[in-house]
Design a protein around this ligand. Structure first.
Ligand code: HEC
Length: 176
């Protein structure tokens, strides 16, 4: 009941079932733990609500980027197309996009965070940019589920564009 390993991947990922969500959360949690352990540069690990929110979104964004990169590379022809991975990752991306808002519920910018204060002063606009990402990622996953790589390929650039659409206004640039 918990796992459905024997089903073909396209069947597993078509279903928006709770076990898929659980598996994703477990995977994400593992990544967050690893990300957390690797973070010793800033001295003492802060245990404030702001620091916890920052670690959550940092881990989440890292996973989002890890899914987006191969999707983009396949679409640009820079990486051999693997249908199964493509379909799986687009579905992961759509699910991950629905976990972003949690990372911004606690207002405040912990040390090391690249979030800009405008997130909380322009929350409506921030939410709109988040919705653009969610809708685009969901459309991409749906196209991949229904028609595979060829059907979804043309949507990849649009989805990737929604990352920058938010970062431009709400994420501090590295060099600043
Ligand atoms: C609605 C806004 C929004 C969207 C959409 C968004 N991001 Fe982000 N992202 C942020 C913010 C804000 C930060 C800075 C978080 C912090 O440091 O507190 C960030 C940080 C990151 C980071 C740095 C993580 C780290 O190591 O600290 C990466 C990588 C990233 N985003 C990738 C992506 C990718 C790839 C997409 C699209 C597939 C995406 N983001 C979509 C807002 C967004």
């Amino acid at each position: 009941m918990l796992r459905r390993e024997s089903q073909p991947t396209h069947e597993r990922f078509k279903m928006n079932n709770p076990s898929r969500k659980l598996a994703l959360i477990a995977a994400l949690f593992g990544t967050l733990l690893v990300a957390g352990c690797g973070q010793t540069g800033g001295g003492e690990e802060e245990d404030t609500p702001e620091a916890n929110a920052f670690r959550y979104r940092e881990g989440l964004m890292t996973v989002i980027a890890a899914k987006m990169a191969p999707i983009g590379a396949m679409a640009r022809g820079e990486m051999p197309v693997d249908e199964q991975t493509f379909v799986e990752y687009t579905n992961d991306l759509a699910a991950l996009s629905n976990m972003v808002s949690e990372g911004f519920e606690t207002e405040g910018i912990a040390s090391g965070s690249a979030s800009l204060p405008e997130i909380w002063t322009n929350m409506d606009d921030f939410q709109q940019k988040l919705e653009e990402f969610q809708q685009s990622a969901e459309g991409l996953a749906e196209a991949a589920n229904n028609g595979g790589f060829e059907a979804a390929r043309g949507l990849v650039q649009g989805t990737a564009g929604t990352c920058g659409g938010c970062h431009r206004s709400y994420r501090r640039r590295a060099e600043e």
